[in-house]
Design a protein around this ligand. Structure first.
Ligand code: LHQ
Length: 263
């Protein structure tokens, strides 16, 4: 039987999804997209899931689209766009909207859509040997999966243009220095560090964190006025959660809070 394209594990308070096509550096085919979509829906439906870790099997994180599925025969023109509509765009939207933090543990090269899927996660940590490549320009394509949106916002226009037009790999250390990712760590400690982050989130006020995600997602396109109104509305919702009451009580009583999470 063929290997499963996605490995999904349930841990205490969080889930781990491993992209699992290591012989192709975890490049996406349709089976992998379908399996990932199901795994994300399962995690969202499970109220005990308060964080998600996404990583890759083997030496790569994800090499984007499996190009074997997109090889034009001589004289043939391949029409692209459908895969974005059907798979990549809903995936990016889902990662941004999930009601808990998503941690990408980038264990090796993240190229093409694989790079931009990592950048759509809430926290990106990478091992020192990992790299980030906007490889699209090498094959005549345009960065997709939110790349042209996230890149300038993360690293500024000059660096976004350099990365997209030159398609050269950026080391994990430089990615951290440029603000493309949260943190670069030793390869040997990547898994442990990512798990620590997820354990932290699994004990955090999850509904509040989901509202933070909403506020930050909206801030990229909102005016200050609109964002102030949104903050007021989201704060009202956050203030109505049992976790807010518990957080303040715990602070006053000088003890660790015991948050409910998504309930
Ligand atoms: C691969 C791939 C791959 C198949 C490595 N496919 N086999 C959306 C919708 C529609 C159309 C197109 O695009 C998109 C979005 C996109 O993602 S477009 C961008 C697609 N990705 C790329 O262009 C990246 C292609 N890969 C590479 O440039 C290199 O493999 C990188 C820089 C990722 C890693 O280089 P190396 O570390 O030198 O590894 P390698 O090239 O030797 O790869 C290892 C194996 O993985 C190799 O197979 P082999 O049988 O020779 O061992 C590669 O053919 C295979 N592989 N990426 N995307």
């Amino acid at each position: 039987m063929a290997e499963q394209p996605i490995l999904a594990e349930k841990r205490d308070g969080y889930r781990v999804i491993t992209l699992n096509r290591p012989e192709r550096l975890n490049a996406f085919n349709e089976a992998m997209h379908e399996a990932l979509r199901t795994a994300l829906a399962d995690a969202e439906a499970d109220e005990s899931c308060r964080a998600l870790l996404i990583t890759g099997a083997g030496r790569g994180f994800c090499a984007g689209q499996d190009l074997n599925d997109r090889l034009a025969k001589p004289g043939e023109t391949i029409v692209l766009g459908g895969t974005q509509e059907q798979y990549y765009n809903p995936l990016v939207r889902k990662l941004r909207a999930l009601p808990f933090p998503v941690v990408a543990a980038v264990n090796g090269v993240a190229a093409g859509a694989g790079c931009n899927i990592a950048l759509a996660c809430d926290i990106v940590i990478a091992g020192k040997s990992a790299s980030f490549v906007q490889s699209f320009a090498r094959i005549g394509l345009v960065p997709d999966s939110g790349g042209t949106w996230h890149l300038p916002r993360l690293v500024g226009d000059a660096r976004a243009r350099g990365l997209a037009l030159l398609a050269e790999p950026l080391s994990a250390e430089k990615a951290e220095a440029w603000g493309l990712i949260w943190q670069c760590v030793d390869d040997a400690s990547l898994v442990a560090e990512a798990q620590e982050l997820c354990k932290h989130f699994a004990a955090a006020p999850t509904q509040g964190l989901a509202l933070i995600k909403r506020a930050l997602n909206a801030s990229a396109t909102n005016t200050l006025d609109a964002q102030l109104d949104l903050e007021r509305d989201l704060q009202r919702q956050a203030g109505a959660t049992p976790d807010y009451a518990e957080g303040v009580r715990a602070f006053m009583e000088k003890r660790k809070p015991n948050f409910n999470g998504r309930k």
